[in-house]
Design a protein around this ligand. Structure first.
Ligand SMILES: Cc1ncc(COP(=O)(O)OP(=O)(O)O)c(N)n1
Ligand SMILES: Cc1ncsc1CCOP(=O)(O)O
Ligand SMILES: [Mg+2]
Length: 527
């Protein structure tokens, strides 16, 4: 059996290979996902001309489903062109079943093709079958014309687009991702994701370089592929958006990809998107709190070679760590009264005065401003309520936590003083809603952060610090590895020595998990 995650693509064969399930399978191969292919219809066509299309019977569709279900169960399914109502109802019933009885979850994307190059026409499906399918799948990915047809609403501006997407949600859709490619009123290319509880807006510069076939298929199959590869939905959307942007750039600029006399381009293979230029900028809703005000400035770090970054629960260990040479320390006080926190923060600021230590205060931005700390560290939830302008006006540095591609692309807009990436390994210090990221993803995030200093956090200890350092992060934040050590300053020293290939003092190593082994627990998400 294949090592790669399995995704199924269900739709029409476009004989030219420009779109349809052939394009889906090529896209999935390009991002290292194994594609199983189920055909709904065969469209005999070139890149520019459609000759005929013939639908496959329900028996044949069912035979394909049965052939795959046991041996190659899907982690995700992408549905494209559906030839008729009977096929739509078949898919609805089988998708519902597979989602119910599979032990691992199966994510289903429906790219509702209004008029496909392979002959599927949305308007040929009964309203009942369309409604049933909308409610059965996890996400529907229409362009603006398809959204208008599905919702029965005119879509001519951002407001009507959002309203039409919400009509689908009211009809039972779990989520809708509207592709803005045909949204003539937009000066940039804006895709909008709406679910029952969130809105995400993905923005890219608009390119008007030419006509690329199969973009809808590529986006939806890439989305299924990234979910099958274990990315959460908002990261899979960010990656699929970046992938498509990378394909567009590569294909429309290449003369090799021109595949018809009408200057229609065919997609080039590009692989996983790694460079920042391909990634969308992301907003959490129309009125994302971090964008409500005008752009802000946060000062750069004085010293960006951060090394080991101790995150302390109180000031009891601060002096020892400053003396041990920590160039960055965070005070993360989670218990006690505001008065007590205020007292500790005031003392901490005093303790680092005239030292090279860059002192960050976690969460308590008002106290950090009041006592003149060097910087503030905020997480995603903190960003909803903190007064970022006040932090910026007071001249404090800002560090922000992120847990994946989507959050990263959102907070870049703030141009923070550093970006924290985590959690890398499992941790018991904090309940994390997201999965551990692992080293492979960490390396890719570091690359996406460009010149902004980065900090890795979560489950890092003596045994794991070297591979973390190899990803190129500017700093490595640790809580337990220092706060729970018998001698925190010696633990700091050892972590630093280990990072730089120096001698560690073995009699201060605290427990077995800290012993440096050759079989370091490596990346959790191998890509
Ligand atoms: C360096 C660093 N990275 C991440 C965090 C976590 O911040 P947040 O998500 O706000 O969680 P709390 O620390 O407030 O529980 C951090 N503190 N430092
Ligand atoms: C606060 C925080 N944010 C992400 S992981 C984490 C805790 C890291 O603690 P430890 O270094 O003990 O695993
Ligand atoms: Mg916080």
């Amino acid at each position: 059996m294949s090592e790669e995650p399995v995704a199924w693509v269900i739709g029409g064969i476009d004989t030219s290979g420009g779109a349809g399930i052939t394009r889906d399978a090529i896209t999935l191969a390009d991002i290292s996902v194994h594609a199983c292919v189920l055909t709904t219809q065969v469209a005999n066509q070139s890149h520019s001309t459609m000759r005929s299309a013939s639908a496959l019977s329900i028996e044949t569709l069912n035979a394909q489903w049965q052939a795959l279900e046991i041996e190659l169960p899907p982690k995700a399914i992408k549905i494209g062109a559906i030839a008729n109502t009977a096929q739509a109802l078949f898919l609805c019933e089988h998708v519902t079943k597979i989602k119910q009885y599979k032990s691992t979850s199966c994510f289903v994307v429906w790219d509702p093709v209004l008029v496909s190059s392979s002959g599927g026409v949305l308007s040929e499906l009964s309203q009942q079958s369309v409604d049933a399918l909308i409610a059965a799948v996890d996400i529907v990915t229409p362009n603006v014309k398809e959204l208008s047809q599905l919702s029965g609403w005119p879509v001519h501006c951002e407001k009507s687009l959002l309203a039409a997407a919400k009509v689908l949600i009211a009809r039972g859709a779990k989520a809708v991702y509207v592709k803005g490619g045909h949204a003539h009123w937009q000066s940039t290319a804006i895709d909008t994701f709406v679910s029952t509880h969130a809105v995400r807006i993905f923005q890219q510069p608009r390119d008007n370089m030419g006509n690329l076939r199969g973009t809808g298929c590529m986006f939806a199959s890439a989305l299924a592929g990234f979910v099958a590869s274990d990315y959460d939905i908002q990261d899979a959307l960010t990656l699929a958006n970046a992938y498509l942007h990378k394909v567009r750039n590569a294909s429309l600029l290449s003369t090799n990809s021109v595949c018809s006399a009408d200057h229609i381009h065919c997609a080039e293979l590009v692989g996983f998107p790694l460079t920042p230029v391909h990634y969308p900028s992301v907003r959490f809703g129309e009125s994302d709190p971090i964008r409500r005000q005008t752009p802000m400035h946060f000062p750069r770090l004085t010293d960006t070679s951060l090394g080991v970054y101790p995150v302390l629960n109180d000031i009891s260990q601060l002096e020892a760590l400053v003396e041990a040479g920590a160039v960055i320390i965070q005070l993360r006080i989670k218990f006690g009264t505001q008065d007590d926190k205020s007292l500790q923060i005031a003392k901490a600021v005093e303790m680092v005065k005239n030292t090279p230590c860059q002192l960050f205060i976690n969460d308590d931005w008002e106290l950090a401003i009041k006592h003149g700390a060097y910087g503030v560290h905020l997480g995603q939830e903190d960003l909803e309520t903190a007064n970022l302008h006040a932090i910026s006006r007071a001249g404090l540095r800002l560090g922000i936590s992120t847990h994946g591609y989507c959050e990263l692309q959102r907070i870049k807009w703030l141009n923070p003083s550093y970006i924290a990436l985590g959690h890398i390994f499992p941790t018991t210090t904090k309940d994390m809603p997201s999965k551990p990221q692992g080293l492979d993803r960490l390396s890719r995030y570091v690359r996406l952060c460009g010149d902004t200093p980065t900090v890795a956090i979560g489950g890092i200890n003596l045994a794991r610090i070297n591979p973390v350092a190899s990803t190129g992060v500017s700093g490595i934040a640790v809580v337990r590895a220092i706060t729970q050590a018998k001698d925190p300053a010696a633990a700091y020293h050892n972590l630093r020595q280990q990072m730089s290939g120096g001698e560690v003092i073995s009699d201060v190593i605290d427990d077995d998990t800290d012993k440096v082994s050759t079989s370091v627990q490596h990346g959790l998400n191998h890509e």
